[in-house]
Ligand binder design. Structure first.
Ligand code: FAD
Length: 544
């Protein structure tokens, strides 16, 4: 058994963990260990090319490839739950859509009692972390590590869709990450010069040469080492070999919404009955561990399109695909250089709301699955991801065994909230309204899914239950707060345990209004500030 000692240990090098690895090691004053269960990732060319998402989304070499337990809201199906398992975590396999969420999301977190998390508090972090050319200086950052760009309008289809949205009262929004989110816009993406901007690339690569930063890949954390109510290190395995590392200051769990609660439970932190059921000694009772799971449940509507070359279906096959490959190789442009979800609209499903509560993200192609392989279909068309933005249905994630390699039980409990059921139906009807408005209506063929046979609320809901997928945004399973079910406080310190924080999507008390990569990176930035402030404070105290 090797024992290594560091100032800080970070478990998981994903969206949040990579940020922490960079920031905590930047001054050179602290020794930092970052453990990542997955691979190095640099061999995976598909994680650098935007179109490569299709090759990553169910690839066990770089993806945990979880699936959920059957539940009523999903017609007892086991829906796939992909999660990145490589440096950069899910930011290395995700759809690259860049959305901060709404001002109200963070103000709500603050209202729940989380000091320092209001929009005014987190805006400087969002600005600091990004480099984006559009929008106004009041809201956008120009020289951060993360490059963000606008998806280009490479076919006239996009402008047609925007004009149709305007016809149904949805305005064009030049910056949905600016003053307000509402409207239709080309997606902002973590893509620069045709390359994915994962946190591995933007945060870890610039820090790798630092002598005080150790990054271990293939290093699977099995449990935390607790001495009384203090976390002092972690047990982990590399190639089956057991190791230990010690943290003299703090350990930060950044293993993501699925694996962070699992690691706490395997370490004896969680619901006493559940831990005892598995023969795990209860080290600290925290009933909220693994609860409050929220995600964006998403039906995918599909429409055929009659106009040639309007969608990516024509570009994605045969000699046109060869031309696209050449275009990408030479100029890093074309559909291979884009997010697969290049346009989206945010809108309200009912009057009286303060801000949008639903979004439709349009993928300008139809996809098909042949065995496990996903590819662009021959038929020309578009796919619409429908999301209620702040899903209210809540589920849980809990261990099924004491074996760290065993996936946990993921119970989403989708559509258990009335708000989610009504919201999704209204949003689907909005999708139909959009496609029936000109000019896009001139090139829409037929609604392929759910199809004209599905009209009543009951029929639509039944179709959603049997067909929806997640949008891959699980959050909330180690939620921040002050109530009995909170796992961390507003400094992200695990309630009742010293020297231990959680920093990743699991700490979100509620879902942000949109995709969750940008908020997870912000959480990594904010945690870094808090950890460094505590360390500097401790040093000053010791010196006094
Ligand atoms: C297919 C897909 C598409 C998505 N599309 C988008 C999108 O377009 N835009 C967007 O904003 N968001 C998107 N998301 C969501 C977004 O990427 C995530 O919310 C975000 O990356 C979560 O960050 P995190 O730090 O919480 O976890 P992760 O980035 O998942 O990082 C967790 C890390 O911890 C490691 N780890 C786990 N357990 C252990 C252990 N025991 N020991 C050591 N290491 C461990 C994991 O391997 C991983 O690297 C998508 C996600 C997926 C999976």
């Amino acid at each position: 058994m090797e024992a290594n000692t560091y100032d800080f240990i970070i478990v998981g090098a994903g969206s949040a963990g990579s940020v922490l690895a960079n920031r905590l090691s930047a001054s050179g004053d602290y020794r930092v260990l970052c453990l990542e269960a997955g691979t190095e990732g640099s061999n995976y060319i598909w994680s650098r090319i935007p179109i490569g998402v299709a090759k990553l989304i169910d690839n066990p070499a770089v993806n945990w490839c979880y699936s959920c337990e059957p539940d009523e809201g999903s017609g007892q199906r086991r829906i796939e739950v992909p999660r990145g398992k490589m440096l950069g975590g899910s930011s290395s396999i995700n759809g690259m859509v860049f959305v901060r969420g709404q001002r109200q999301d963070y103000d709500h977190w603050a209202q729940l009692g989380n000091r320092g998390w209001s929009y005014q508090d987190v805006l400087p972090l969002f600005k600091m972390m990004e480099s984006y050319e559009g929008g106004s200086d009041e809201f956008r950052g120009r020289d951060g590590l993360l490059k963000v760009t606008d998806s280009p309008q490479i076919t006239p289809f996009f402008e047609k869709l925007i004009q149709s949205a305007e016809k149904i009262g949805i305005k064009r929004n030049p910056d949905y990450n600016g003053a307000e989110q509402e409207g239709i816009a080309m997606t902002q993406a973590t893509i620069n010069k045709g390359r994915r901007q994962s946190t591995a690339y933007c945060y870890l690569d610039p820090a790798r040469g630092r002598p005080n930063l150790t990054i271990e890949t293939g290093a699977m954390a099995a449990s935390l080492i607790l001495e009384g109510k203090r976390c002092v290190g972690v047990r982990y395995a590399v190639n089956g070999q057991a190791r230990e590392a010690r943290a003299t200051r703090e350990l930060i769990v950044s293993s993501g919404s699925i694996n962070s609660p699992k690691l706490l439970e395997l370490s004896g932190i969680g619901q006493p009955d559940l831990l005892r059921e598995h023969g795990i000694e209860v080290r600290h009772e925290l009933p909220g561990v693994g609860e409050n799971l929220r995600d964006h449940y998403s039906p995918r509507m599909r429409f055929s399109i009659t106009e040639k070359d309007a969608t990516f279906n024509d570009k994605g096959r045969g000699w046109k695909l060869v031309r696209e490959v050449m275009n990408y190789a030479i100029s890093r442009k074309g559909f291979m250089a884009m997010s697969s979800v290049p346009i989206r609209m945010y809108f309200r499903t009912r009057e009286g709301l303060d801000s949008p509560d639903a979004t439709i993200s349009v993928m300008p192609f139809l996809a098909e699955r042949v065995n496990r392989e996903r590819r662009i279909a021959r038929q020309r068309g578009v796919t619409m991801n429908i999301n209620v933005l702040r899903s209210d249905s809540r589920g849980s994630i809990h261990i099924k065994s004491t074996d760290p390699a065993e996936p946990p039980a993921i119970n989403f409990n989708f559509l258990s909230s009335e708000l989610d059921r009504t919201g999704v139906i209204i949003a689907m009807r909005k999708g139909r309204e959009l496609m029936a408005a000109s000019p896009v209506s001139d090139i829409v063929g037929e609604e392929l899914a759910p199809g004209p046979a599905y009209q009543t609320d009951e029929e639509l809901l039944e179709w959603v239950r049997n067909n929806a997928e997640t949008t891959y945004h699980p959050v909330g399973t180690c939620k921040m707060g002050q109530d009995a079910m909170a796992v961390v406080d507003d400094q992200l310190r695990v309630h009742g345990i010293e020297g231990l924080r959680v920093a990743d999507a699991s700490i979100m008390p509620t879902l942000t209004s949109g995709n969750t990569n940008a908020p997870s990176i912000m959480i990594g930035e904010k945690c870094s500030v808090m950890v460094l402030a505590a360390a500097e404070g401790a040093k000053a105290k010791a010196a006094a």
